[in-house]
Write a protein that binds this ligand. Structure first.
Ligand SMILES: NC(=O)c1ccc[n+]([C@@H]2O[C@H](COP(=O)([O-])OP(=O)(O)OC[C@H]3O[C@@H](n4cnc5c(N)ncnc54)[C@H](OP(=O)(O)O)[C@@H]3O)[C@@H](O)[C@H]2O)c1
Length: 312
């Protein structure tokens, strides 16, 4: 178990030899551009130092703008924050990986990334349409590239020095294990949905044994109700320890050794989601005993996001 009085400042060592990822991350999957800017600024001002982006979110420019403004107002340096973005499914062909990385950097206004993830292990038809579909509405997959082909291109980026660590997202053990064996540069981070209703215990054990950080998205179950936020066991622990249900869920996630992402849209919620401290052992155990099982995001099955930001 992680022992720290203050999970808000906790950093997890990455297996790349130097990187340290703040355990509490701010996710930028926000459909509205103005909300993206305000929420990102509020998150930085509240103390978030880990920002999770993606070309698929179509708002890297707004996130970059908000980060640059916030860094200068708060007197922070680029090195003070940890920025991740993700390669989308339509860019899996090795010759597309470098240009996609450069385009993300340009939109974010950065000259290096702390972490670059393959967003999903599903390759879509290459091209500018992020959601290629046939006439029946089915996703058009690209059978001409393997995940290992894409990973080799990611390794070349990591060798280039402007991408400090690489990893994967929305992947199960069935595909992660062989990729891990074949990889020259091992994945530093795996980002998947995880919360008490989907603890991903086997995947977490695999990752821990190999110094891979498991980065949980939807730690609050995407905020959906019914869901972990209004689970009776979570509510009971929250009342007992004097924290909110969200803070209990976030503490549980960090305490079991994962990093996490939330997307607070207000300054007050940003502060709430950073004000996270360890649960007493009995409370931690109580959350572990929750039996409900539910996945909220189907992206891991098809590569298609459960919900998509603004169109166009
Ligand atoms: N790799 C992938 O495929 C993938 C998929 C999904 C998400 N992600 C990443 O994960 C990030 C996190 O998103 P998420 O949806 O998974 O986050 P989440 O934190 O599980 O859910 C966000 C929802 O929780 C609510 N919320 C946030 N803080 C709260 C609090 N303290 N109390 C009550 N409700 C609260 C928000 O409500 P309000 O909107 O009202 O603030 C929002 O509706 C994303 O931004 C993205 O970076 C990755």
């Amino acid at each position: 178990m992680v022992a720290s009085a203050d999970f808000g400042n906790l950093r997890l060592a990455l297996n790349d030899g130097g990187g340290r990822m703040p355990a509490l991350g701010f996710g930028t999957l926000i459909p509205d551009p103005a909300v993206t800017i305000n929420a990102t600024r509020d998150a930085l001002a509240a103390g978030f130092r880990h920002f999770d982006c993606a070309e698929r979110y179509r708002n890297e420019r707004e996130v970059g703008e908000a980060l640059h403004a916030g860094l200068s107002i708060d007197g922070l340096a680029r090195e003070d924050i940890f920025v991740t973005t993700k390669l989308w499914n339509t860019n899996h062909r090795p010759e597309r990986v470098g240009p996609a990385f450069e385009a993300s950097l340009e939109r974010l206004g950065l000259d290096y990334l702390d972490l670059y993830l393959i967003h999903t292990p599903f390759a879509f038809q290459p091209g500018d349409d992020q959601d290629p579909r046939d006439q029946s509405g089915n996703v058009i997959y690209d059978r001409g590239v393997t995940l290992l082909d894409t990973w080799r291109a990611m390794e070349r980026l990591a060798d280039g020095g402007r991408c400090r660590a690489i990893g994967l997202s929305d992947i199960g053990l069935d595909r992660l294990a062989p990729l891990y064996e074949a990889a020259t540069i091992k994945p530093a981070v795996v980002q998947v949905e995880a919360h008490p209703y989907l603890p991903e215990t086997e995947l977490l054990e695999f990752c821990k044994a190999r110094d891979i950080v498991l980065l949980a998205f939807a730690p609050l179950g995407h905020g959906l109700k019914p869901g972990p936020l209004d689970d009776p066991a979570v509510a009971a622990v929250a009342a007992r320890v004097g924290k909110t249900p969200a803070q209990v869920l976030l503490a549980w996630a960090v305490q079991r050794g994962t990093a996490l992402l939330t997307t607070p849209k207000s300054a007050a919620r940003a502060r709430e989601n950073l004000d996270v401290s360890p649960l007493p052992q009995d409370a931690f155990d109580e959350i572990n005993r929750i039996q409900t099982r539910q996945r909220f995001n189907e992206v891991v099955k098809t590569g298609s996001p459960g919900f998509i930001p603004r169109g166009g």
